[in-house]
Design a protein around this ligand. Sequence first.
Ligand SMILES: CC(C)(COP(=O)(O)OP(=O)(O)OC[C@H]1O[C@@H](n2cnc3c(N)ncnc32)[C@H](O)[C@@H]1OP(=O)(O)O)[C@@H](O)C(=O)NCCC(=O)NCCS
Length: 191
Amino acid sequence: MPPGRGGAWPLSFLIESLTQLIEILAFSPADTPDLETLLDAAFGPARRNRTAYRLRDGVACDPALSFVARDAGRLVGSLQCWPLQIRGLSGAIAPLTLLGPVVTAADRQGEGIASRLMTTALAAIDALAAPPVLLIGDAPFYGRFGFTADATADWLLPGPVDRARLLLRGPATALPRVGWVEPAAPRRRAA
Ligand SMILES: CC(C)(COP(=O)(O)OP(=O)(O)OC[C@H]1O[C@@H](n2cnc3c(N)ncnc32)[C@H](O)[C@@H]1OP(=O)(O)O)[C@@H](O)C(=O)NCCC(=O)NCCS
């Protein structure tokens, strides 16, 4: 895009260009120390008491569906996904993918980093035909990526949850209308 009138570059173009310099990389366990610092800064140490943590306690994130954003080596964003399942009234179990936390460094928010992480992760989820994606988050942000609370009103979690923030992406036709959301069984056995 050429400079605007007077030789000035439009702000939107400059922000877009800066964002493109940020690398989106597959999550590696080596990212963990930087990521813990970023998450503590964003959510505080009490984040470990959140219901979402009970869904992934002792579980490793899925490295094929988890990504970090680095700018000149600095960790500026992250998105992780985890195996999950829902158990219906009949006892039947259906797999889910838990998405989150999504975080961008406070001084880098509004540059499109979380959106790039979301786009990358959802593309990987679709390419790998991963199970339907559940998250706990703000519908005004995640709605743009296809998440709604329409199917989750009667899903129970191992802790309190704001119903308006329990969001599923995609059709729920193969999922129970009423059920218990819990960590994926094989990994829970290993914990
Ligand atoms: C939410 C968060 C991840 C967004 O990251 P980001 O890199 O700033 O997001 P992007 O730049 O890709 O997108 C910015 C857009 O999202 C919107 N947005 C950001 N947070 C929002 C929220 N909580 N609710 C609604 N919209 C939100 C912005 O208004 C902006 O909208 P626009 O594109 O229409 O201008 C970031 O604010 C953050 O880390 N917050 C603290 C941690 C958190 O709350 N994580 C989400 C729960 S897991």
